[in-house]
Design a protein around this ligand. Sequence first.
Ligand code: GN1
Ligand code: MG
Length: 369
Amino acid sequence: MHAESIAIQFDVPGRLVALQPIGAGNVNDTYRVILRTTFSEEQFILQRINRAVFKDPAAVMANMKAVTDHAHRRIEAEADDADRIWQLPRVIPAKDGADYVVDGRGECWRALSMIASSTNYERVSKPEHAAEAGRVLGHFQRIISDFPADELADTLPGFHIAPAYLENYDRVVAGEGARLRLGAVSEARRLAKFVEERRAFAGVLEEARERGELRLRPIHGDPKITNVMIDNFTGKGTAIVDLDTVKPGLIHYDFGDAVRSGCNPAGEETTDLAEVLLELDLFEALVRGYLSEARSFLSEGDKRYLYDAVRLIAFELGLRFFTDYLAGDVYFKVGYEAQNLNRARVQFALCESIEAREGKMRAILERHC
Ligand code: GN1
Ligand code: MG
């Protein structure tokens, strides 16, 4: 198999035993690689970077290397005082010394170290898990908060810029494919109305940034619950993975994404909208965990926009899924017809639940900030 011939090009000792597809990522292809020597076993993560999404894989790898080198140093420096052993993936070089391997078709592959004895979950069910998800994100943001954002490349222009997603939506809606889908599917028309009612709100974070109330920092970009690794022995969060969206951004994108994925017990893929909600106990726990780390670097301006960030990121992801449905599934991988429509319905239902709980969510934030 093709991936196997790539796997053996990385600088890891041993002979290849197995290569298993893992993860439910919506963009890249991910495998677990198992190698053995006479005395030991080595495992690592092999990923094919989706070139349709990441146009400049070299810049993605440069960001990842720079930020992880910095973060590993901070983790080591603080290790004696930490209440756990923090881990973070390391970029494993190829045997020729490069950070990635390019195959005969021009596809880029990278190898990353595994996070030891840990598990990630598609959904959150208890407040302890939500608290750990918050803590893990806050910790990651804190240890990279002194890394100069302007040294990172913008590897995904427009990523998390909600007004830009709206512009793209408008372009797609004007096309023939979208017109046919909107004509045929009443649920699609309902979602289109949902978007129109929130058009003005889409600029809330970018406008605050333009006014100088918020500033760019290095962010994770994709801290959804599946990217949070929980230690199998201690039950504590031990790492955040999936670092290819690390780039300059607003910490609010991360906070919003952690909450929208970590406080909706139904998860992203449910087909039962009645299950979808922003669960306040999970929210309080996540906020508590996040702020225990983030309080030290958040400004008063940052804190003012945390509620809006949650509402916006749920809306934005719904808009991204909906746009992709209307465009004919060109960005997110799908396993069944209308999956992106269903994903959009879930995020919009979550957005409504967030709007209904605004007062309570703001009170929780107020209490913990
Ligand atoms: C994508 O590939 P994955 O599953 O880590 C997407 C995120 C979305 C997420 C929703 C680069 O992440 O922005 O929040 O799907 N990543 C990119 O599940 O677009
Ligand atoms: Mg990702």
